[in-house]
Design a protein around this ligand. Structure first.
Ligand code: 8OZ
Length: 370
């Protein structure tokens, strides 16, 4: 199949993308224990700069926001300096990159928290999950419910992280409001049992996530702020009693705020594209802006949905792990390399920097066959 739509340039507000192929945020757990990206991070992202847009791996906005060992942060000067090397490398190679702002909420463990504190969440409900710590997987615990009076401090952590992302040279930020982390915990009633202004009705459950959106857009501008949601994904033990009503209302609020893009995990995270009667992609009708589809996209599925006008941008995750030159391969109709799950999380350059791009000889061969 030809992929003419997928390879077209596209503008997301002031950010001009060379094509509609987006590298999904991919957690790889290879930063230092202090959450500092290494030199290999700059090389890894540089190798993938052929993407129209790179979304960074999820990045902790604060020490409290951390839920997995060796994930990077964006709250210290050392982290900002390291991320600057990454954005310089990507920009020098002609790419564009946004940073994904992450607070995991209850999806953590005291071992990953400052001073061994309890993780924080809207309500003290334990997820039935295991946390990835430096000493291996450990059962999660019941988190501490945040007091309403603490929420402005968490918003301030998002603000500082956004200022840091701007300083580090990112083209924008993406607010991670998906996959059962803090903002999703406030949105969905499986984790939010609050009886104050931040729980109960849909309007109340949206209040804190929208405070974050409003604060972040004030720093970077709505035209450089995207958001990711996963309306029907059960990831991280989180569900909602009525995702259609909740996410329709939420997306309508986001639309009013003129965000750069809406990034939707359309099915179960890393799973079935179609797990629920409510079709998450129907949310596009409620968003007046750029729609980015995510969930097991192949180049053919992306092309088909782009051609029908169902999406504006297509996200690819695992294919980008094993195909640094994914866009070149799509252009040439070259086969895609398989990924090795054993090296997804943690470790060194193996399974990180060593997936090869096509050689000049291979490129010439596929070009002449096309
Ligand atoms: C895989 C492993 C750890 C974290 C997400 C940030 O689900 C993640 C994540 C994915 O959004």
């Amino acid at each position: 199949m030809k992929h003419d739509h997928l390879l077209q340039p596209f503008d997301v507000g002031p950010v001009s993308l060379a094509n509609r192929v987006v590298m999904a945020p991919l957690t790889r757990c290879r930063a230092t224990s202090d959450g500092v990206p290494k030199d290999m991070h700059a090389e890894y992202y540089r190798q993938r700069a052929g993407a129209g847009l790179i979304i960074s791996e999820a990045t902790n906005i604060s020490p409290e926001g951390r839920g997995y060992a060796w994930t990077p942060g964006i709250f210290s000067d050392e982290q900002v300096a390291a991320w600057t090397k990454v954005t310089d490398a990507v920009h020098a190679a002609g790419g564009k990159m946004v940073l994904q702002l992450w607070h995991v909420g209850r999806v953590s463990h005291p071992d990953l928290q400052p001073g061994g504190a309890l993780p924080v969440a809207p309500s003290a409900i334990k997820p039935e999950m295991k946390a990835f710590t430096e000493d291996g997987f450990k059962d999660m615990v019941a988190p501490r419910a945040l007091a309403a009076s603490e929420l402005p401090r968490v918003v301030e952590d998002y603000v500082k992280a956004t200022e840091n992302a701007k300083r580090a040279g990112f083209d924008g930020v993406e607010i991670h409001s998906a996959n059962g982390y803090l903002l999703d915990q406030f949105l969905r009633d499986g984790a939010n049992k609050r009886t104050d202004d931040y729980g109960g009705s849909i309007e109340n459950r949206m209040r804190f996530p929208l405070m974050v959106v409003d604060a972040v857009t004030k720093v970077f501008g709505p035209e450089r702020t995207g958001i990711r949601i996963s309306p029907v994904s059960p990831a991280n033990d989180l569900t909602d009693s009525n995702p259609e009503a909740l996410f329709t209302a939420f997306v309508e609020e986001l639309s009013k705020r003129k965000l750069a893009y809406l990034h939707v995990v359309e099915g179960a995270t890393r799973g079935d594209r179609d797990p629920h009667a409510f079709k998450a992609w129907a949310l596009r009708q409620h968003f007046d802006g750029v729609y980015m589809g995510n969930n097991n996209y192949t180049p053919d599925l992306a092309e088909e949905r782009l051609a029908k006008g169902e999406i504006d941008l297509a996200c690819f995750g695992r294919p980008f792990i094993s195909n640094p030159d994914l866009v070149t391969r799509i252009r040439l109709g070259a086969p895609l390399a398989e990924w090795d799950e054993a090296t997804f999380y943690g470790g060194d350059e193996t399974g990180y920097l060593d997936y090869p791009a096509l050689t000049e000889e291979e490129k010439a061969r596929y070009a002449s066959a096309a």
